[in-house]
Design a protein around this ligand. Structure first.
Ligand code: BES
Ligand code: ZN
Length: 630
């Protein structure tokens, strides 16, 4: 990577009018990677972008893209308006990955540019010589069918089976695979887009969507609030809309529209409750887009239009905390944004804390308490397996692909940290602090250090009797969870522990456990806390009593199938295969592939499922799991 970068930088310098200071800096800095890594992290430096926003900042995008399902490419142009931060700046550096650049123009004339060779996960820098006049450049380009941020689905891979489907997933650094731009969360842009699709399909974006737009293959969008590039999103398919509330609705394929609208009907209440506590919603409408099951995440907080996996449509609202989570990002993440991927916990930790608060407000204390205990257990599972350096909130990601570092740490450890602050100063005080924080940093991208400074001034100083900077720094910079951290408790789990223990000790048989009133969360707690090893008889008994192999709840099925793999419970294997080939949500399939890969027989099953499913998996799910089936 280093060599490639130097070579490309040199080429660019050789024919451009001169190198900008940051390009030169990059050259010297990159020349000695070991030294750079040994050095202190430069706070606020985005190590995952080639762009030069300190010199030239892109402020607005105008996209004009044709969606070609035959060739699986997006083609067209982007006009980028920019502002010089350094008046002597001569070049604009954009991020790209697997893009074919056809030309770059300004004021209707070609201008010089250089596309560097491609780094394995950062992509390639597109260095453009700035024109002498104006503040706009236009890049004509097309994407590659392998674009890491775009998934193209054939009609057979959709619910309706008749029309193809496309969706993008930009976070963390994949927007560059379908738009040449400054792909850094510290650059915010407004955007407009014209999207041309086959006539029968509807396009939607993370922008103002009009549910009543004529379905004619020509769609126009505008996003008037400035957003970071990782929130730019597009989906195209045989989509339909159903309103859920005044400001909320759902888009999906026709066959799941009613089920989705019923499952998520509390979205409007969630929105109102969040506004009441954490300040006004900044984004006008809040709609959901339900994607095909290959969507690699549970959800993605694309502004005005969260992208949601269909695997949470359980029929009983048991998994809707996902909606609370994506909605909460409208405050933590979309208005106050992490400045670099090291600061991801500012997005995800705050959002996870808010999620718990929303669930408590809308569904009550019992539901919240169960979810908090399960979250704490997920966190512990990661602490028990991750290296110490990966257990730190402000993690050092230099030289690493953010996709490879996904864990519960920024989420649940971040949320637990905020819970401690809440408990120390009291809920009313903490809510006041959060309200002010969201207002203060509205539409800004901030670093962990900026947050800590703000926290020190606005919470630690006024509450120095109960808070200290040493404790704050321990939370942010030390591995694990500090001693004395809040311990979530749920009374609803006491009966579950009792039942599990009695059954394991042979005091009762499975069918005698009183489960009729059990919530999904109690089932998850029951299963997730079983001993690693169970006998075939025990598994058979549980399955006979509770039909776990056939569970329609994808989270319960996940926990059960994982136990099935670890204990080689063959009756569950046909279901396991179906599960792996029909779901592409990485959080659900990856632990199964990993567990299967640990034995030779398991690996064969994994290989079979992966080979069958691969074409329908998203590039990120392929990347995350292909190592398990080699
Ligand atoms: N923004 C994330 C997804 C994400 C994070 C994508 C980092 C790429 C890099 C989204 O809001 C999220 O957290 N999704 C979770 C939801 C869950 C914690 C409720 C998921 O997909 O599992
Ligand atoms: Zn999130």
């Amino acid at each position: 990577m280093t060599t490639k970068l130097i070579v490309s930088t040199l080429i660019c310098c050789s024919f451009l009018m001169g190198c900008s200071p940051s390009v030169k800096n990059e050259q010297t800095e990159q020349a000695k990677p070991s030294e750079t890594l040994a050095n202190e992290i430069q706070v606020g430096k985005d190590y995952h972008s080639f762009a030069n926003p300190d010199e030239v900042k892109v402020t607005h995008l105008l996209l004009d893209l044709n969606v070609d399902f035959e060739q699986k490419i997006l083609s067209g142009s982007v006009e980028l308006d920019y502002k010089k931060i350094d008046l002597s700046a001569k070049t604009l550096v954009l991020d790209t990955r697997d893009l074919t650049i056809l030309n770059v123009t300004a004021n209707g004339k070609d201008i010089p540019y250089v596309l560097s060779s491609q780094d394995s996960f950062l992509g390639a820098a597109l260095t453009i010589e700035l024109p002498l006049e104006g503040n706009t450049v236009k890049v004509e380009y097309h994407t590659s069918p392998q674009a890491s941020g775009v998934q193209w689905l054939t009609p057979a891979q959709t619910a309706g089976k008749k029309q193809p489907f496309l969706f993008t997933q930009s976070q963390a650094i994949h927007a560059r695979s379908f738009i040449p731009l400054q792909d850094s969360p510290q650059v915010r842009v407004t955007y407009e887009a014209k999207i041309h699709t086959p006539k029968a399909l509807l396009a939607v974006m993370s922008a103002a969507n009009d549910p009543n737009t004529p379905r004619d293959g020509e769609y126009e969008f505008s996003m008037p609030q400035p957003i970071p590039s990782y929130l730019i999103a597009l989906a195209v398919g045989d989509l339909h809309f159903k309103a859920m509330g005044e400001r909320t609705g759902v888009y999906s394929e026709a066959s799941i529209l009613d089920a989705a609208a019923a499952e998520f009907e509390d979205t409007e209440s969630m929105l109102i409750a969040t506004e009441e506590t954490f300040g006004p919603y900044s984004w006008d409408r809040y709609d959901l887009l339900i994607l095909p099951p290959s969507f690699p995440f549970g959800g993605m907080e694309n502004p005005r239009l969260s992208f949601i996996t269909p695997t949470v449509i359980a029929g009983d609202k048991s998994l809707v905390s996902l909606i609370a989570h994506e909605l909460a990002h409208s405050w933590s993440g979309n208005t106050v944004t992490n400045a670099t991927w090291r600061d991801l916990w500012l997005n995800e930790g705050f959002t996870t804390y808010l999620t718990y608060r929303i669930m408590e407000m809308v569904y009550g204390e019992k539901r919240f308490a169960m979810e908090a205990v399960l979250g704490r257990q997920d966190l512990q599972a990661d602490i028990d397996t991750l290296p110490a350096d990966d257990q730190i909130l402000a993690i050092d990601l230099r030289g690493r692909d953010p996709d490879d570092v996904f864990s519960n740490i920024p989420y649940e450890k971040g949320a637990l940290f905020l819970r401690e602050l809440e408990q120390k100063v009291g809920r009313a005080e903490f809510d006041k602090f959060l309200l002010a924080y969201f207002k203060h940093f509205n539409f800004q991208s901030i670093t962990t250090d900026q947050f800590v400074d703000y926290l020190e001034l606005n919470l630690v100083k006024p509450h120095s009797d109960v808070l200290s900077m040493a404790r704050i720094n321990e939370w942010i910079h030390a591995p694990g969870v500090p001693a004395g951290a809040p311990e979530p408790q749920s009374d609803a789990f006491t009966v579950v522990d009792q039942a599990r223990n009695d059954w394991l000790e042979g005091k009762i048989s499975a069918k005698d456990i009183l489960v009729t009133e059990w919530a999904t969360h109690q089932w998850l707690y029951f299963l997730n806390n079983m001993p690693e090893k169970l006998t075939q008889e025990q598994l058979t008994e549980l399955d006979a009593a509770f039909s776990l192999t056939q569970s329609h709840n994808n989270e319960i099925a996940h926990s059960w199938l994982l136990m099935g793999v670890k204990n080689w419970y063959e009756p569950a294997f046909p279901r396991l295969h179906d599960y792996l080939v029909s779901i592409g949500r990485n959080k659900l399939v990856k632990p199964l592939y990993k567990a299967l890969s640990e034995t030779p027989e398991g690996k064969k099953m994994a290989q079979k499922a992966f080979a069958e499913a691969k074409d329908a998996y998203h590039p990120l799910t392929v990347k995350a799991n292909e190592g398990f089936v080699e």
